[in-house]
Design a protein around this ligand. Sequence first.
Ligand SMILES: C[S@@+](CC[C@H](N)C(=O)[O-])C[C@H]1O[C@@H](n2cnc3c(N)ncnc32)[C@H](O)[C@@H]1O
Length: 295
Amino acid sequence: MEILGNNQHQIYFGDVFEALSKVPDNSVDLIFADPPYNIGKNFSGLLDKWDTEEDYLNWCYEWLQVCLQKLKQNGSMYVMTATQYMPYFDIFLRDKINILSRIVWYYDSSGVQAKKYYGSMYEPILYCVKDKSNYTFNASDILVEAKTGAKRKLIDYRKAVPSLYNSQKIPGNVWEFPRVRYRMDEYEQHPSQKPIALLTRIITASSNAGDVVLDPFSGTFTTSFVAKELDRHSIGIELQEEYVKIGLRRLKLSTEFKGEILKKDVRTFQSDTIDTKNSLNLFEDSNGPLVHYKH
Ligand SMILES: C[S@@+](CC[C@H](N)C(=O)[O-])C[C@H]1O[C@@H](n2cnc3c(N)ncnc32)[C@H](O)[C@@H]1O
């Protein structure tokens, strides 16, 4: 395993368990964990599919347990997985940490429209804190527009002194953010990149400047990128070299890796001449042969 970066922003290039073993216990303020979902995606040649569901869940329980050890006593953790596995995560976690919200990240539409069932339009997120009487929640920094009463300038007569409805509120547990699309500025070549807007809400709410934010499955390093923008420190773990290179570039930690200049791929609409490699990636992952996970 290699540790790259600087004191504020570290990239652990290696397996999640080896990397987490280098992180001191009780040292992390916020964890955002977005693991492979066991749904067969191609992570730069690594197939996101375990032999059995039980194998997948046991692997998840192991890293979840280690993540809990790394969290400070007043720390928070957000965890994602596929809808069908979230109930197992919930049951595993609920007697180890306080689950405060079960969030639904809802988005416009999936690429392929379901014809004979209801298409998948959301991903679940568990929001947990170690100590429910002592945790960071910067409510006033994440307020959203309150649409109903305030917009219609209604008066709330239930109050001792009747007054206008609040024009802002803390978001509820259904969050609407568009998925990262090929044409968006933030797009990177990765099959399950999470949007900057999603991580901005999470990191703003659940950490303060100077805090340590850890992402055990960094992918395109959205978490570390947003942590840097918000003056937090970051630790990002990632197994695949292609994605570590994205992280080094996105976080401006290096302009090269092993002699290769780190540059963002030119997308088809940015170039006059069509780049066949990139245009293929619009429709499929073309990362070469898939390798199964071995645990
Ligand atoms: C769902 S993606 C994370 C996407 C990320 N949240 C983003 O915004 O780009 C999961 C990532 O975990 C990485 N990964 C898979 N197995 C791993 C392991 N054993 N250790 C570390 N990283 C791993 C994959 O390469 C993949 O990039």
